[in-house]
Design a protein around this ligand. Structure first.
Ligand code: ASP
Length: 379
């Protein structure tokens, strides 16, 4: 068996192996569990390893969530989280943990990545992903894919099996064929809810365009794109102290003209550097690109000595001032985990000090660790 094939088999087995048994009482860990835990906790059962994931940021309100839906999200996030963490616990590399967790979320229709990707204006699905290794600073990214079941795996192959960093569209899919990656027909990505979201978005757009010219106001980003949350990402610190990060998305509903967001842009949506931190972002991609979010956080740590949480809050506030919403998940080289987001919610999960999953969704639980108000000032 070729090395890649055997790695993919290992990842697939890891996903299957975790199973429902692990969806224990901890699955429904409450928000307060998260608040109690401090982000500076490094004295966990397994002191070296850390794992954190997200499933997208946006207007996620408790009032709009049904208990069934919330349960589904918590179950999927827990399984993705523990799939990746299980690999780290066995001593596996962070890149494997990230790839496995993201593949799991790409295969779920709940998330805007892989199977559940949103639709473009043309009624197609165009997928983007990226991954970065904090030890070597190597990175791989793909964009505009129409037939790749698991874009994160292709991004990893770009990093490991080519001399390039980023490949797009048909060329990237040619490379995928050469690498033996799984291709699927475009119909694989059809989900009714994402299709309906596109119709809603198109109707709203038409309505706006009908308005008399002088009454037409400049459209905000939120009006241009319906934000269908669900971009996914993961950051790992493995037993060797290596940081890695990855992100995968279908982008924004109704996107046009080959639009690409921040998720596959190294330094914007994804960044990892063993001397600072690993980051995966989600939100209004245009603003995250313009703010070079992930690298900016790392640079504030590297050049100004800021803590992860302080740097992350500063950059997310900067994005907000520009008019963009969203957030990041991150781990620093010492194992501190941080979230920062300006949206009403962000699907997210981390493994707590006791090795158990902590899943959070809504805004009020964002303040674990340093309160946001205090953390705005440089340390
Ligand atoms: N950042 C992604 C993009 O702009 C979307 C998201 O995170 O929800 O493509």
């Amino acid at each position: 068996m070729k090395q890649d094939e055997s790695r993919r088999k290992f990842l697939a087995d890891s996903i299957k192996g975790f199973g429902a048994a692990a969806l224990s009482a901890h699955l429904y860990a409450t928000a307060s569990d998260g608040v109690k835990e401090t982000r500076t906790e490094t004295n966990s059962a397994d002191p070296k390893i850390r794992f954190v994931i997200h499933g997208g940021a946006g207007t996620i309100l408790r009032s709009q969530m049904t208990p069934e839906r919330e349960k589904e999200y918590r179950a999927a996030l827990t399984e993705a989280l523990m799939t990746g963490y299980g690999i780290l616990k066995k001593g596996g590399p962070g890149l494997d943990a990230i790839e496995a967790a993201i593949r799991f979320m790409e295969d779920s229709p709940l998330f805007n990545a892989g199977k559940g990707a949103v639709f473009t204006s043309a009624g197609t699905n165009e997928l983007d992903a990226s991954i970065m290794d904090g030890k070597t600073l190597k990175a791989g990214a793909v964009a505009g894919l129409k037939h790749i079941k698991n874009p994160i795996s292709l991004a990893r192959l770009v990093m490991e099996k080519s001399k390039h960093v980023m490949m797009v569209s048909l060329g990237a899919e040619e490379f995928a064929k050469e690498q033996g990656i799984e291709l699927v027909p475009e119909s694989y990505f059809y989900t009714e809810s994402r299709w309906k979201a596109l119709q809603r978005e198109k109707a709203a757009e038409e309505e706006k365009n009908k308005a008399p010219k002088d009454k037409k106001q400049e459209k905000s980003h939120a009006e241009l794109f319906e934000h269908e949350y669900g971009t996914v990402g993961a950051v790992a610190l493995d037993k060797d102290g290596n940081l890695a990060a990855g992100t995968s998305t279908g982008g924004m509903t109704n996107k046009k003209w080959g639009r690409v967001g921040d998720s596959p842009i190294i330094g914007a949506g994804t960044y990892a550097n063993n001397s600072t931190c690993g980051i995966s972002a989600t939100g209004d991609g245009e603003f995250f690109i313009r703010s070079v979010v992930a690298h900016d956080i790392s640079a504030l740590m590297e050049y100004k000595g800021l803590s992860l949480k302080v740097a992350a809050d500063l950059v997310i506030d900067k994005v907000k001032k520009l008019g963009g919403k969203g957030g990041i998940i991150a781990i620093d080289k010492d194992g501190h985990i941080a979230y920062s987001f300006s949206s009403e919610g962000m699907y997210r999960g981390r493994v707590g000090a006791d090795g158990q999953p902590i899943i959070e969704i809504y805004e009020e639980t964002e303040r674990f660790g340093e309160p946001r108000s205090q953390s705005k000032k440089p340390a």
